[in-house]
Design a protein around this ligand. Structure first.
Ligand SMILES: *Cc1c(COP(=O)(O)O)cnc(C)c1O
Length: 424
């Protein structure tokens, strides 16, 4: 359920007609529904209710807008961060340090120091070399950093290759076969308190089976580590649960199914469980609102050239991702078309031979399920300013990121004085 619905023939976000936002802010623009985010938090919390005090740490990289983070902070979520920038954004949005997990394969000494100074729940470490660096940083400040190791359980996630992270050949985590040795060496380091295990095998998972396999392996590892004398108090089961993009495909497992599986496998581990959902919380809470610029004839189907492009929504170009495309004020007919942006790349194609609402130049359209890994991945390629973002709550809405202007883009450049160009 996503709170983007037709009312009297006009697509609304909650109580707000989307043409009102397009008229005030222009297009393209991302629009997020507060009600959808709150609903997803409630559904996940209910699914995990049998567990004792789980920590739900929202994966900030899915959508790091401060208004989104503040909404989720108010709903009681923590944060999973993967950079110093995300750590600072989470704190700025009011997420308490004791609810922040720091993940990522390349944390620098500066980022470690930032999080140690500000406080956090746990670092998830991905290598022994990283453990040594963190120990040195923490010990030099007279601290003991709470840590878990991210385990690479060697399972194939069955999602797109670019978002699978738990196979042996991926860069993430410590091979499960080498974990016992890594824990023994890390436990001897002065600046660490080794108390957790973590796993995250990929994103947009549409089956519970690989997750269940990974969790079983983590459970086995916890037993091995405990019998070697390590006090394991935390197990971080990552994120990854898929969301429905294409209504023609079978829906991914529900949060309830996921919760039951987790309780069955991990409910008896005697640890605090941590979850790092990203996409599940925000994907369906957002749309990218765009306007049709013109229709250009094509060899087989016409090209609908919209004012959003791959720099605004990169997922189709990067992952061959499918987004539903709907008219904001449907005219009634259906058509088959290619939907493309203005960027000078063939990859700037949102849909090929798509059966969709008939539209005419000037009409508004939405790309649905664009709340996650969408605005977060945008760039200024082709010197297109970053897309604005709007947050709706009931019948009110507010611009939570203004449209960048081209002057700002140009002002960021520095022309070497020896070129003698003054500009205008
Ligand atoms: C990206 C990521 C997540 C979130 O993944 P989703 O598929 O959005 O739930 C969680 N944990 C880690 C370590 C990640 O890198």
């Amino acid at each position: 359920m996503d709170h983007f619905e037709l009312r009297n023939g006009v697509l609304h976000c909650e109580e707000v007609p989307l043409p009102e936002i397009a008229a005030a802010v222009g297009t393209p623009v991302y629009v997020y529904a507060t009600a959808t985010m709150r609903r997803h938090v409630a559904v996940l919390r209910a699914a995990l209710a049998p567990l004792d005090d789980p920590l739900i740490a929202y994966a900030v990289k899915a959508n790091p807008n401060g208004a989104v983070l503040a909404t989720l902070a108010q709903a009681g979520l923590g944060a999973d961060v993967v950079s110093g920038g995300e750590y600072r954004r989470a704190r700025a949005a009011g997420i308490p340090p004791e609810a922040i997990v720091f993940s990522g394969v390349g944390k620098t000494a500066e980022e470690m120091a930032l999080a140690l100074d500000g406080g956090l729940y746990q670092f998830n470490l991905e290598s022994l070399a990283e453990a040594e660096m963190l120990s040195a940083v923490a010990a030099s400040r007279g601290q003991e950093a709470p840590v878990g190791f991210r385990i690479n359980p060697d399972v194939t996630a069955g999602s797109h290759a670019k978002i699978s992270t738990g196979a042996a050949e991926n860069k993430f985590g410590i091979a499960i076969g080498e974990a016992a040795e890594a824990y023994a060496r890390a436990a001897a380091l002065p600046g660490l308190r080794v108390r957790g295990v973590a796993v995250h095998i990929g994103s947009q998972l549409t089956s519970l089976a690989p997750l269940a396999t990974a969790f079983e392996r983590v459970g086995g590892l916890i037993r091995t580590l405990r019998s070697a004398g390590h006090a394991i108090e935390v197990a971080d089961l990552g994120g990854g649960l898929g969301v429905p993009y294409d209504p023609a495909l079978p829906p991914p497992p529900s949060p309830d199914d996921y919760g039951r599986m987790v309780c069955r496998i991990a409910g008896g581990w005697g640890v605090r469980l941590v979850f790092e959902p990203g996409r599940l919380i925000v994907a369906n809470a957002g749309v990218l609102l765009t306007r049709l610029i013109r229709v250009k004839p094509g060899a087989r189907h016409p090209f609908l050239v919209v004012d959003a492009a791959m720099n605004d929504l990169m997922r189709p170009a990067l992952y061959d991702a499918w987004h539903a495309i709907d008219a904001v004020e449907p005219r009634g007919g259906r058509t088959i078309a290619n939907v493309v942006g203005p960027v000078c790349e063939t990859g700037d194609t949102f849909a090929t031979a798509r059966e969709m609402d008939s539209v005419a130049p000037g009409d508004l359209l939405v790309f649905r399920t664009a709340g996650a890994y969408a605005a977060a991945m945008s760039s200024t390629y082709n010197s297109r300013p970053l897309t604005p973002e709007v947050l709706v709550d009931g019948d009110r809405w507010v611009l939570v990121r203004p449209r960048q202007d081209v002057a700002t883009l140009i002002a960021g450049d520095r022309i070497p004085p020896w070129l003698g160009i003054t500009g205008s």
